[in-house]
Design a protein around this ligand. Structure first.
Ligand SMILES: Nc1ncnc2c1ncn2[C@@H]1O[C@H](COP(=O)(O)OP(=O)(O)OP(=O)(O)O)[C@@H](O)[C@H]1O
Length: 226
């Protein structure tokens, strides 16, 4: 589903953040990525999402369904992101001039899909009855739940989540992660979740730790939190 092949990323004036990272993510799995602050977790998600570019080099460092992201022009990359990906990023703000229902329906509209699932997803994140409210009427956690509903509504093949439960109380966080888990299993999608929360990581199928050496599998995080 997603393959990283010797992925390098340095920022201007900085030391390399990712140095030849390789990994293969499979469809149908929910993977948590943990690791020390500043090690490059958000950088990695941004690169996969196409929000930033890897260092230039001869290889094809990011492949989605076998297609090198770098080989796509802007239109093709946008289409791939719109159809195949769902983002739960703090930076992806809910649009203020659209109602909650319109916000969640947006990926369906853009992909020419029937829109009735938008109301179901709002209900699934605990916001039934709030369809015609506007984002400014929401708390931070409610806003996060709208972003999650919007990220999942079009059943993307790849869900990228950066601290999806960062501003939710433990019960709501648990419910949202169960929803994420259910959606992934039902659609056979792959989800990659960056988190510092051991409780969140315990909901994933696998936890990887990002270090300077790359992504390493661990079972202990999930075991510890259970
Ligand atoms: N736009 C940027 N320009 C320069 N340096 C950056 C930029 N974004 C991130 N960095 C640096 O890259 C490194 C990795 O940052 P990143 O945000 O990916 O870490 P992280 O593992 O997600 O950290 P945290 O757990 O604290 O969110 C850090 O040293 C950071 O200072």
């Amino acid at each position: 589903m997603l393959e990283l092949r010797k992925l390098y990323k340095s920022y201007a004036n900085g030391h390399p953040v990712l140095s030849g990272l390789s990994y293969r993510f499979r469809a149908g799995e929910f993977v948590a990525i943990m690791g020390e602050s500043g090690v490059g977790k958000s950088t990695l998600l941004n690169l996969i999402a196409g929000l930033d570019h890897p260092d230039a080099g001869p290889g094809t460092p990011i492949l989605v369904d076998g297609v090198a992201m770098a080989s796509l022009d802007d239109d093709a990359a946008t289409k791939l992101r719109r159809e195949r990906m769902g983002f739960i990023f703090q930076a992806f703000h809910v649009l203020p001039h659209l109602s909650l229902l319109q916000n969640v329906a947006l990926p369906l509209l853009l992909n020419g899909m029937p829109q009735q699932r938008a109301a179901d997803m709002l209900a699934a994140v605990g916001l039934a009855g709030r369809e015609h409210d506007y984002p400014q009427q929401l708390s931070g956690g409610e806003m996060q739940r709208v972003a999650i509903a919007r990220a999942l509504v079009h059943r993307p093949a790849l869900v990228l989540a950066d601290e999806p439960t960062g501003n939710l109380d433990p019960d709501t966080a648990d419910a949202i992660l169960r929803l994420l888990q259910r959606e992934i299993k039902a659609s056979g999608a792959c989800a990659i979740m960056v988190t510092h929360s051991h409780a969140a990581a315990a909901m994933a199928d696998r936890t990887l730790i990002l270090t300077k050496e790359g992504l390493q599998e661990t079972t202990s995080v999930n075991a510890l939190a259970q």
